[in-house]
Write a protein that binds this ligand. Structure first.
Ligand code: ADP
Ligand code: 5GP
Length: 209
């Protein structure tokens, strides 16, 4: 994939279903690669280091901020999260399209720093659905659930910063919408230049045609 191929930046209020959608998306499309962030959040039982996140303690994270290791970082729900420059280099070197899972602060920071990116916001169908999903997930304490619900209201107000909004009501339908956005964005004329040039430069076997 060329350097100019787009990156996809995806945000959502916690509990909207972003992790579920992104993992399905990446599992079904070999062109895409998840950008693994660093975080100081405690690891959940189903998570592995270097799988969903690189889990760090706070002093190590703060040291990395000082060293300029992050393209962007933010404090979210009381923990630090950040996208390392090294991670983007890893994905680009593999010729893949990066998928960034960041909060609204992270999306705003990336806006000035990525050459070409598409911003997608995933939202729940209702406040009630969001609360039910956060509780059913059973990964967060009651205190964390309350923090995440309060933050959801603030984050939803930022939707205008994004290019697309995907309502995650029915999971399969939301998946279709997300895939359609990726497909459409990869059909932009910017990505067709090398194909068109290749066709135009092909030697003609019949000059009289
Ligand atoms: P996020 O990454 O946005 O915090 P998750 O992907 O962890 O959200 O999803 C939160 C919970 O909601 C999970 O238990 C997940 O299985 C469930 N979930 C995701 N999408 C849907 C959906 N469309 N309908 C019902 N439950 C969903
Ligand atoms: P969770 O703890 O539920 O995995 O993630 C909490 C929030 O942190 C989500 O909104 C997620 O998008 C965000 N997040 C994850 N990684 C990063 C990152 O590298 N940078 C920023 N700014 N936010 C992140």
């Amino acid at each position: 994939m060329k350097e100019t191929s787009p990156a996809f930046v995806i945000s959502a209020p916690s509990g909207s279903g972003k992790t579920t959608l992104i993992s399905r998306l990446i599992a079904g499309d070999g062109r895409l690669e998840f950008s693994i962030s660093a975080t100081t959040r405690p690891r959940r039982p189903a998570e592995s280091d270097g799988g969903s996140y690189y889990f760090l303690d706070e002093p190590d994270f703060l040291k990395m901020i000082e060293e300029g290791a992050f393209l962007e970082w933010a404090r979210v729900h009381g923990n630090y999260y950040g996208t390392t420059k090294k991670e983007i280099d890893r994905i680009r070197a593999a010729g893949k399209i990066p998928i960034f899972d960041v909060d609204v602060q992270g999306a705003a920071s990336l806006k000035g720093r990525l050459d070409r990116a598409v911003y997608i916001f995933i939202v729940p169908p209702s406040r009630e659905a969001l609360e039910t999903r956060l509780r059913n997930r059973k990964t967060d304490s009651e205190e964390q659930i309350q923090i995440r619900l309060r933050n959801a209201i603030r984050e939803l107000a930022e939707y205008a910063m994004y290019d697309y909004v995907v309502v995650n009501d029915d999971l399969d339908e939301a998946m279709d919408r997300l895939r359609s956005i990726i497909t459409a964005e990869l059909c932009r004329k910017e990505d067709a230049h090398h194909i068109i040039t290749g066709i135009l430069e092909e030697p003609r076997d019949n000059p009289a045609r």
